[in-house]
Design a protein around this ligand. Structure first.
Ligand code: NAD
Length: 256
């Protein structure tokens, strides 16, 4: 069977360690034959990400803090020099201060709100602006979001507001980039134990509640999120843009 991403180049942001959803996505993209550029934040993480990249056939590691314009510029410089058009970009990046994921939402500070928005939502817009010119044969941009964008999930708080902005940005970017045949979508993943998720107060309760009430009576798995990202980046997803796809064991349909 032909591989779904053979001959394609993909940039994936947000690999921090083996538990990152971006790592599961990178593994699935590598399995499907993609050439990979893995962007991570900070030199400290780079060694870990280099080790993970070695497991993959054609994966290169770059540094990129999405809040640093020079990092974004050097990222596009490296991609340009690679000599091949870019076909897919995955934005798997988010950050909020720990205290804003535990105290009442009404106590969110201005600086904490702006930080969460800058890293978790605005970065999709700057990333789209930086990478769209490299996707000169069309392409796909996929972000990661969560149900807390549209419903109240205890302690998700400031990140819920950031994900709401991210989801709206997906739709506006899809409208801007559609004429260039660049599709923009988000995957709304169910709760999965990762480093970021552990920063949310009582996260294990969210895992247990979903496993109890979701139609599948279990939590979503990283591999399921990753395979959906493959679908969106491949020709199979060619008719889909501006969408939020739920990969959450069905939890989002339940009211009670
Ligand atoms: P993770 O901690 O492994 O990944 C978050 C990534 O964001 C890390 O690689 C971190 O380095 C990166 N990051 C933070 N600030 C950055 C910056 N300034 N510049 C560049 N990168 C920066 O956790 P994860 O759960 O894999 O998160 C990935 C994405 O999935 C996030 O958008 C998250 O909101 C989303 N998501 C996660 C879950 C879940 O339950 N784990 C559910 C739905 C959506």
């Amino acid at each position: 069977m032909p591989k779904l991403l053979e001959g394609r180049s993909a940039l994936i942001l947000g690999v921090a360690n083996r538990w990152s959803l971006a790592y599961a996505i990178a593994q699935a993209f590598a399995r499907e034959g993609a050439r990979l550029f893995l962007a991570c934040r900070g030199e400290r993480r780079r060694d870990t990400v280099e080790e993970l990249a070695e497991e993959m056939e054609d994966a290169h590691v770059l540094n990129c803090d999405v809040t640093v314009p020079e990092d974004m510029e050097s990222l596009t410089g490296v991609l340009e020099k690679s000599g091949r058009p870019l076909d897919a970009v995955v934005h798997s990046v988010a950050f909020a201060n720990r205290e804003d994921l535990s105290r009442p939402f009404i106590q969110t500070s201005r600086s904490g709100y702006l930080l969460a928005q800058e890293v978790s939502a605005y970065s999709l817009i700057s990333l789209a602006r930086a990478t769209a010119p490299l996707m000169n044969r069309g392409g796909s941009l996929t972000a990661l979001t969560y149900l807390g964008a549209t419903r109240v999930v205890p302690n998700y708080n400031v990140m819920g507001a950031a994900k709401a902005a991210l989801e709206a940005s997906v739709r506006y970017l899809a409208s801007d980039l559609g004429p260039s045949n660049i599709r923009v979508n988000a995957i709304s993943a169910g709760p999965i134990k990762t480093t970021s998720a552990r920063g949310i107060k009582n996260f294990s309760k969210a895992l247990n509640d979903v496993a109890e009430r979701a139609p599948f009576r279990r939590n979503a798995e990283p591999g399921e999120v990753a395979d959906t990202a493959v679908f969106l980046a491949s020709d199979l997803g060619r008719g889909v843009t501006g969408n939020i796809l739920y990969v959450d064991a069905g939890f989002q349909i339940m009211a009670l």
